[in-house]
Ligand binder design. Structure first.
Ligand code: PLP
Length: 413
């Protein structure tokens, strides 16, 4: 690598990115699909191109097709935050470009990951069994989908060890119909029989949390048919309506039947670093594994999904290759460490509180107009506050837009 070239091009790229963020509000959040094939050649260049011509193409051909997740006017799906700290962490990780599958391939990567996951577990007040000095510990996965797959595979192997290899066809997984589809995909990959993926209808009278009675009922029927319940997945903050499943009760059911209890807090888990929202994790004591995405609502650039487990290997050093699907792994802990250090817990708590405040502000705007109501489960307009640059004026502008559209729709009826 030519280090002077890196310095010059790197500075230009940082300028480019800073300019992008400066003008991000000028772009429509959603762009048009299916345009790029016409604009780019159908094979790679034989000779090197210049950075200038590349920047031109990024401006003219790529940015028009980017969905601007970091725009303050972005309220779709769920947040997926970037920040200067997270961005710098990604840069540094790209600079080292290690492939940290085992401790020896870069002790700093493994050891920082262990430390940062312990810090985070303490911020969330997770039970001490999830800390590295107990039998358990945390690991950074790419996504929540990988996290649930890893947990499911561990649970499956535990169950097969107990009941015998031939019992795979009897293993049953329980979750609500509000659970993220990642679980169903994980079941397919793990060889769980599709008829044994038990979807329990969530309780619409209880904000779409699953009812423990309904889970127990399904479980009893399965037991009486000779099946083996082995995995329950609860969600703290479902993707569609932020519903919170009753962790203490589901944990008790799992314990009573020697099942693996996984908690998916991918989206809303970040809020639990604030003492006033921590109660949503009550019951996590019974979990075998717990997951939240720092890359969603925690200012840490994608990807950074945190998974804690209670039982791990008791080796003197950790080889994280054995805690995930791929062998190779990135130095992801750097960006999370930098976010934690350059913000500090108090600022991160304020960040979460500000978004919740903006969401409540939007709810008030909505309730002041009799043509709208707040509900979940039917055909709804989803409004998710969580982009780092969002201020009250962006929420107000989105509300104005909705009102104008409502006037058009209702006016024409
Ligand atoms: N679980 C929940 C509750 C989610 O909201 C999401 C993302 O929408 C996922 C899992 C899947 O996340 P990932 O893209 O990290 O696999």
């Amino acid at each position: 690598m030519d280090t002077e070239q890196l310095r010059e091009c790197g500075h230009r790229m940082v300028d480019f990115v800073a300019d992008y963020y400066k003008s991000i509000e000028s772009f429509p959040v959603l762009s048009q699909p299916g345009y790029l094939k016409e604009l780019l050649p159908d094979s790679a260049p034989r000779q090197p191109d210049t950075l200038d011509s590349l920047f031109n193409d990024i401006r003219q051909k790529i940015i028009p097709g980017v969905t601007h997740w970091q725009s303050p006017n972005y309220f779709a799906y769920y947040p997926s935050n970037s920040s200067t700290a997270g961005f710098l962490g990604e840069m540094l990780s790209a600079a080292f470009n290690i492939v940290g599958f085992s401790w020896i391939t870069s002790p700093a990567a493994t050891e920082l990951e262990v430390i940062v996951l312990d810090w985070f577990a303490k911020m969330l007040q997770l039970p001490s069994q999830f800390l590295s000095n107990a039998l358990g510990g945390g690991v950074i996965q790419g996504t929540a989908s990988e996290a649930v797959l890893v947990a499911l595979l561990a649970a499956r192997d535990r169950a097969l060890k107990k009941h015998g290899k031939q019992s795979l066809e009897k293993l049953v997984v329980y979750a609500s119909d509000q659970t993220h589809s990642a679980l169903q995909k994980a079941c397919q990959i793990a060889g769980i029989f599709s008829e044994n993926f038990r979807v329990v209808i969530a309780d619409c009278d209880n904000n779409y949390a699953v009812s423990p009675e309904a889970v127990s009922e399904a479980l009893s029927m399965d037991l009486s048919s000779g099946l083996i319940p082995f995995f329950i997945c609860a969600t703290v903050g479902t993707t569609s309506s932020s519903a919170v499943d009753p962790l203490p009760e589901l944990g008790q059911i799992a314990k009573a039947h020697d099942m693996w209890f996984h908690i998916d807090a991918a989206y809303a888990g970040s809020a639990c670093i604030c003492p006033e929202y921590r109660h949503h994790l009550n019951g996590v004591e019974e979990a075998d594994s717990f997951n939240m995405n720092a890359h969603k609502w925690f200012l840490t650039n994608f990807d950074c999904s945190l998974l804690w487990v209670k039982a791990s290997q008791a080796n003197s050093v950790v080889d994280f290759k054995d805690w995930q699907i791929p062998l190779g792994r990135r130095f992801r802990s750097l960006k999370l460490w930098m976010v934690l250090r350059l913000y500090g817990v108090e600022n991160l708590q304020s960040y979460i509180r500000k978004h919740i405040c903006l969401a409540k502000h939007f709810e008030q705007l909505l309730m002041s107009d009799s043509r709208f109501e707040v509900l979940s489960g039917k055909f709804v307009l989803r409004f998710a506050v969580g982009a780092p640059l969002t201020e009250e004026q962006h929420v107000d502008a989105a509300w104005k837009l909705l009102q104008n559209e409502a006037s058009k729709v209702l006016g024409s009826m």
